[in-house]
Ligand binder design. Sequence first.
Ligand code: BTN
Length: 245
Amino acid sequence: IGNHITHLEQCASTQIVAHKLAQEGAADGTVVIAELQTEGRGRLMRKWDSAHGKGIWMSVILRPDVPPHQAPQFTLVAAVAVVRAIQQVTGLEPMIKWPNDILFGAKKATGILTELQSDADGIQALIIGIGVNVNQQLDDFDASVQDIATSLSLESGTIVNRRELAQEILRCLERYTDMYIEHGFSPLKQLWEAHSATIGKAVRARMSKETLEGIAEGITEDGVLQLRTADGKLHGIYSADIELK
Ligand code: BTN
């Protein structure tokens, strides 16, 4: 990962650039990084605030030989990789909120967005978008997100070297995706759960059609969140907004 890096001063979204490169045949492990995104995008069609030169805005193209239903696991693998890299470079201890928000307390410092290019033959490419708030100070954030967003700099009280962190994220991403491909999800599931802010907690899961409340008991081998409601039923959550209660 990272043998081919496209470093842009500015683009709409590194996801868009990476999708295009992937369609044109870019190799497994190709990376797109931008200093500024004018239309950074998040999960569930949200916009992602991507201030100039303050964060790591990057997309990684992977071409794993796995069936499409395993794509969500890569998102969890990426979350573990980013948490380990942040620990390594800053000494901070971030937590993961299912599926892949990286938090300090209730505030979000990193988001991961995995998109898929697939056809009848299976996965053509996975585009893993990673956005890390690194050196923003409070007024660098849009007023609308100031009380839900944070940066590594705000958490550590220092300026963090973005280049060093980006390199460590790519190293960890390679280490953990290799581990996943060699040993399957079990060792990664343990790592993910060890950093989880969700497991064992009372949560509210907002889905498109309903909202469920209960205890998050764990994740399955497929990365599906297991939620136990008060009536004792166990629900598999595939996609939702999770609120810790
Ligand atoms: C989320 O938490 O909603 C996911 C946010 C993902 C943001 C990153 S920044 C790099 C890449 N390019 C984008 O437009 N989005 C992802």
